[in-house]
Every structure is written in structure tokens, then in C-alpha cells.
Design a binder for this molecule. Structure first.
Ligand code: OOG
Ligand code: NI
Length: 453
């Protein structure tokens, strides 16, 4: 018999991401405007600078979903594993006054990331942080709903036991998986239940009152977010007041994001007599992002310190103060490296045969770079910024539930409970970046005939 071949996970992820993008474009037409505008900016910037428009950039998106139960999270983890997405890092959203915690599903090796770095920020409700009455209603609604189709659950089982999906199975799998994340106009809760949850926290109504885990935004990556923000305003999109994250820099770091505010959408509540009550719901929005270098833990501490100062300064003196605070973060590649603030990959300059003549055992990254034997390029940050995420959340909850500035605090996060719900541990982004850097230095050492660098 002919051996069965299964679809490549990276290709299946691309089919999934494209199907998601098409669906979201139908659901939220302004997302289509955003995609066109981002593509335009990327094409322009790429011709005037050294960036090459890679296949990765055209495909690059992140989405966000909000789940209610451990079973939902575990099933989503199994769906995503079949398309090569794995949970990375723990995000404690209680620091922003939200009764939720999160992980991000994403590809974890350079090859898969290069093909299609699709990511999904995935939050899980923490019912223990709700008031007793609200918790009871939320848990009842969550027990009643089934957000996965039977066909999808079957295909997950098949995929796991076979170790992959055939092309025909993969096609149905993508269709069924996408259905989990679509928007549904008819709520899965009564108007009274919705109101009760919304009063405790607007996000609760969004997480619990619908029968799908609707994707709430899908974000393309742009090479120049300042320019894209300008174009968003020109296209009359309702852009939020400022870009989240670090101010513009020569060497971009982490993430800069902005969004157009969530819009009101028509929904309907079911009633006992079978009639539907018309209402509206505000949750979904559009976002763009520019990505920069991944930071080491030392770099991240400095960033957090500078960010806190910037936020404080903004409160007193406006945006100028915010930007000034960031001057304390070096913006030269050699300095960033010398201080150990960012992760990089390295390349040997020149021919492979002769470099040994210059490199010595005592050479370091810095000395080799100074001799022109090694060049560094920053590793792209593939993750999220919880503080920035909190800002995005706050600006899209509709009714100013929390004020801008320092967030309200709930009890601390609980990574162990998220991992238990997930059914596995989350990977550490810092370890992934460090491993990539170490591997590239090993390759360079070999080419230079050195034991190690
Ligand atoms: C997730 C927000 C997090 C980001 O870009 O930081 C996020 C949500 O609103 O559910 O997508
Ligand atoms: Ni986002």
C-alpha cells in the first residue's frame, strides 16, 4: 500500500490563517481597509529602505480570543498544536484589573516562524476573581455552551492519533476550526444575564455570553507604524489617541501598537417565548503593530523601568515626557549588545576559508564585531506586552471602566493554574530567544575555527 502522507503543519497554519483573515474581513470590513493600508505602507517603506518584503510579512497576523473554561483552553491547545502553534509565556492580566490570565500560541522555531508567524493571544477567565453571584451565572452559561463542532473534535482525535491530517482531512479541519472563532449575532445568554455580567465587568459579558470564541481582532504587522497611523486617520478610522509601547527609535525594540476603537455591533438576545430582543455589543476592534528586537531579561527590566517613568511623566507633562523617559534606553546596536539588552543572531563576514587568520580564541562577540568579522541582526520579538495589552483592553471596553494610567490591582497571577487548565507548561520566550542566539554563535564559531565565542 502507498504510505499516507500528512499535510505539513506550516502549510496547514497558512491555510488556517488565510481562512481566518477572509472570515474576519467579511465580519469587520474596516479590517480590510487596514490590510490594504498596511500593505501599501510596507511596499513603500521596503523600497526606500533595506527591508525585503518577505512572504512572512504579507502573511503575518496575530489574533486574540477569550475563553471561559479549562476544557475550552485545552481543546484550543490541541487545535493549535495541529497547525504548529504552542503556548509561550504566562501573562497575568490581573495587574490591569482583569479577572483573566493568558498565554500566546505561536510557532517556536526560526524555520516555522519564517514561513508564517501566526499567533493567537489567548485569555482564560479566572472565575475565582468574580463576585459569588456573577460567578454562578458565568459558570452556568459556560457549562451550557459547546463552542467546538463534533466534526472538529473528531478530526482533532484523528490528527493526534495519526500524527497528522491528510490533505482532505486538513481542508475540513480548517473549515471546522474557523467556525469556532466566528462571530455570532444571537447571544447565548438572556438580556438580564448579559447585563449582570457587564455591570461587574464589560469583558465578562464578551467572554461568557456568546456561543463561539469569536476572534476579537486580527492584527497585521507594519514596518512603519507612524506612517500607518497617519493613513488610518486619513481613512477616517477611529484611531486611539497614542501608540502603545516604546516611542519611535533607530533600532526598534519589542512592540509598538495602535488600534481603531471597538465598534457597536447589532446582537440579539433569545427569550423564553422564542422571540429575539435587539441590542448591541462593543468588543471587536482593529489593530496594527510594528515589531522590534527581543529583549533579554536585563533589557526587559530596563524597559519596564523606563516605561513606568514614561507613564508617570506623561501624566504630568504629556507625550513629550513619555518620549524623554525612553532616552535612557540605548539605541545603538553595539551598545545594546555590549550591555546585553537585546538578543541577536550573528553572521560571519567574508569568506569561509580565511577568517581563522583573524579570529583568536580570546575573541569575544564585541572584539569580532569591532574587527568586522561578525555582524549582528536583532532577533524579532514574537510575543506580546501585557501592559500594552492591558491598555488595548481598557480602550476597548466601551465605557471607561478603568482610567488610563496605572492600573487597578487584583490578587497576583497564578501560572500553575493556567498550566493545569492548559494541560501542559508554557514555554519560556526568553529561553527560545537565548537558544536561537546561542545556536547562531555556535555556527559562527565553527566557521571561524574557534572553540566558542
Ligand atoms: C487581547 C489583547 C492582547 C495584544 O496585541 O496585546 C493583544 C484581547 O483583547 O483579548 O492582542
Ligand atoms: Ni492585539
Amino acid at each position: 500500500p502507498v504510505p499516507t502522507t500528512y499535510c505539513d503543519k506550516d502549510e496547514l497554519r497558512t491555510s488556517f490563517a488565510l481562512a481566518m483573515s477572509t472570515m474576519y474581513q467579511h465580519e469587520v470590513p474596516a479590517y480590510g481597509t487596514l490590510i490594504d493600508l498596511v500593505r501599501e505602507v510596507n511596499d513603500e517603506v521596503a523600497t526606500s529602505e533595506t527591508f525585503s518584503i518577505t512572504e512572512r510579512l504579507h502573511l503575518e497576523r496575530h489574533g486574540a480570543i477569550r475563553l471561559g473554561t479549562a476544557h475550552e483552553l485545552q481543546t484550543v491547545r490541541r487545535i493549535f498544536a495541529l497547525i504548529g502553534l504552542y503556548p509561550v509565556d504566562y501573562y497575568d492580566l490581573s495587574v490591569a484589573g482583569l479577572p483573566m490570565h493568558a498565554t500566546a500560541f505561536r510557532p517556536v522555531n526560526a524555520v516555522a516562524l519564517g514561513k508564517n508567524p501566526f499567533r493567537v493571544f489567548t485569555t482564560l477567565l479566572r472565575p475565582e476573581l468574580l463576585s459569588a453571584e456573577t460567578r454562578e451565572v458565568a459558570l452556568k452559561l459556560l457549562r451550557q455552551r459547546q463552542i467546538f463542532s463534533r466534526k472538529l473534535l473528531e478530526l482533532i482525535e484523528i490528527g493526534e492519533s495519526q500524527g497528522g491530517l491528510t490533505a482532505a482531512q486538513g481542508e475540513i479541519f480548517v473549515l471546522e476550526a474557523i467556525r469556532t472563532f466566528r462571530w455570532q449575532t444571537v447571544a447565548g445568554a438572556s438580556r438580564e444575564e448579559y447585563q449582570m455580567l457587564k455591570t461587574e465587568h464589560p469583558i465578562l459579558a464578551d467572554i461568557v455570553c456568546f456561543n463561539t470564541a469569536h476572534i476579537n481582532h486580527l492584527t497585521p504587522r507594519v514596518l512603519d507604524i507612524g506612517l500607518a497611523e497617519h493613513r488610518m486617520k486619513a481613512a477616517e478610522l477611529n484611531v486611539k489617541s497614542s501608540i502603545e509601547g516604546p516611542p519611535a527609535r533607530k533600532i526598534p525594540i519589542l512592540l509598538r501598537q495602535t488600534s481603531f476603537l471597538a465598534f457597536e455591533e447589532d446582537i440579539e438576545f433569545p427569550t423564553d417565548n422564542g422571540e429575539l430582543i435587539a441590542a448591541s455589543h462593543t468588543a471587536r476592534f482593529g489593530e496594527i503593530e510594528e515589531r522590534g528586537a527581543a529583549l533579554t531579561s536585563k533589557g526587559r527590566s530596563l524597559y519596564d523601568e523606563v516605561l513606568a517613568k514614561g507613564i508617570e511623566a506623561r501624566g504630568i507633562g504629556g507625550n513629550q515626557g513619555y518620549s524623554s523617559a525612553f532616552k535612557a534606553f540605548p539605541d545603538q546596536l553595539d551598545e545594546l549588545l555590549a550591555q546585553g539588552l537585546i538578543f541577536c543572531t550573528f553572521k560571519v563576514v567574508g569568506s569561509a576559508d580565511t577568517p581563522g587568520s583573524v579570529a583568536r580564541g580570546s575573541d569575544t562577540v564585541t572584539s569580532l564585531m569591532a574587527k568586522g568579522k561578525l555582524i549582528a541582526s536583532p532577533i524579532t520579538y514574537e510575543d506580546f506586552l501585557p501592559f500594552s495589552a492591558a491598555g488595548i483592553f481598557r480602550s476597548n471596553l466601551g465605557d471607561g471602566h478603568h482610567q488610563d494610567g496605572m492600573p487597578v490591582s487584583l490578587p497576583a497571577g497564578n501560572q500553575a493554574s493556567l498550566e493545569q487548565a492548559l494541560g501542559c507548561s508554557v514555554l519560556s520566550s526568553e529561553k527560545l530567544y537565548a537558544a536561537e542566539q546561542a545556536k547562531s554563535l555556535e555556527d559562527c564559531a565553527r566557521r571561524l575555527g574557534l572553540q566558542e565565542i
